[in-house]
Write a protein that binds this ligand. Structure first.
Ligand code: FNR
Length: 352
């Protein structure tokens, strides 16, 4: 069933309302929730709201161009789809619907290891993909996932490092929602006749990053770095990019807001590798703020799921086009002709 989208949601928040109306309440809670008191979920968005832009005037540069290249992958705008698990909970077709919308918008989708459709079937949509990995203690299996991602044409490997365990999700506890329904499974974990258990291991260490580094020539990003010392270690381990992220507040509750950590990480990295940011990006102006504080691009998690749950591929397309229109408008009103022109100066008056 598709929803009539006219007049329809006019911003990302409207899409959340529309998605909540459509989804099974336990599934809505799975997508929306964070760990424990959800303080980090709130902090991510609050960090954007606290910072105010200081536009420049009379620059006469004409309309902005949003195209960019992130670690060698061209993209129509500096907004990626963050990896999120279980898209078939949101929409029957699942990840391929999301991927087609990403492809139409010309943006990069970071496909989650915990997808409900296999990486090969997502890649068959023709979308530009990166692959997100939770390194599994069985390194031979981890390597097989890396090889599959390479063979499927993924253009970068994103290793999530903020999950040595699962965060405590109390909405899930209340709803008794801990497992996928029996008709869904983690398609990439299928091996022979069974589906492998996913292991989030506290034993994963920098040595494993070294192993992954030597395993592939794909650009390697770490996702979930907040501390400048970890950012420095990442560069020392040959990592090509860092995603400043607290997993959308779903892991360690009260972890600092991503945007608040971006300046310190940017200072530590000093331009040696590009930085991405996710967590709480809901507006074009949010993208501008992240770029100004040192990000090359941002990623969005829940907004994509709200679009998918509302109207499948058309809903994701609409969410991406709303963000694009807002970003274009924000850059124009800031007097910037492109993402690369946004610097901290544009933000003269950050309210901390
Ligand atoms: C996630 N995220 C995530 N990250 C990851 O590395 N692997 C994963 O499988 C998932 N799964 C997942 C499921 C759901 C439902 C959500 C909401 C998030 C985290 C995601 O990549 C990203 O860090 C956050 O979603 C960004 O915050 P916003 O945009 O949702 O505020």
């Amino acid at each position: 069933m598709t929803l009539d989208l006219t007049p329809g949601p006019v911003n990302v928040r409207d899409f959340e309302t529309a998605a909540r109306d459509r989804l099974d309440p336990a599934h809505y809670d799975y997508f929306a929730s964070g760990a424990q008191d959800e303080l980090t979920v709130a902090a991510n968005e609050a960090a954007f709201r606290r910072r105010m832009l200081v536009p420049r005037v009379l620059r006469g540069g004409g309309p902005p161009r949003l195209e960019t290249t992130v670690l060698g992958t061209p993209a129509a705008m500096p907004v990626l789809l963050a990896p999120t698990a279980f898209h078939r909970l949101a929409w029957p077709e699942g990840e391929p619907a999301t991927a087609r919308a990403a492809a139409s918008a010309g943006v990069i989708m970071i496909a989650a290891m915990l997808s409900t459709v296999s990486i090969e079937d997502i890649a068959a949509t023709g979308a530009t993909l990166w692959f997100q990995l939770y390194p599994q203690p069985d390194m031979a299996f981890t390597e097989s996932l890396v090889r599959r991602a390479e063979a499927a044409g993924c253009r970068a490997l994103v290793v999530t490092v903020d999950s040595p365990a699962l965060g405590r999700n109390e909405r899930g506890d209340r709803n008794g929602f801990h497992d996928l329904p029996p008709d869904l499974h983690c398609a990439n974990m299928r091996e022979g006749g069974h589906v492998r258990q996913v292991v989030l291991s506290p034993h994963i260490s920098w040595a494993d990053i070294g192993r992954l580094r030597s395993m592939t020539t794909l650009p390697l990003l770490l996702k979930g770095v907040l501390h400048p010392l970890d950012a420095r270690l990442a560069v020392e381990h040959g990592v090509d990019g860092i995603i400043v992220s607290n997993h959308g507040g779903r892991q360690l509750d009260t972890a600092a807001a991503s945007l608040d950590r971006l300046p310190a990480v940017a200072e530590a990295v000093a331009g040696r590798v590009p930085l991405l940011l996710d967590g709480g990006v809901r507006r074009g102006t949010d993208v501008v703020k992240a770029l100004a504080l040192g990000a090359t691009a941002v990623a969005v998690g829940r907004p994509v799921l709200w679009g998918l749950a509302t109207a499948g591929e058309a809903g994701v397309s609409r969410v991406l086009s709303l963000l694009r229109t807002e970003l274009e408008n924000a850059l124009t009103l800031c007097g910037a002709t492109g993402p690369g022109e946004v610097t901290r100066d544009e933000l003269g008056g950050i309210l901390a």
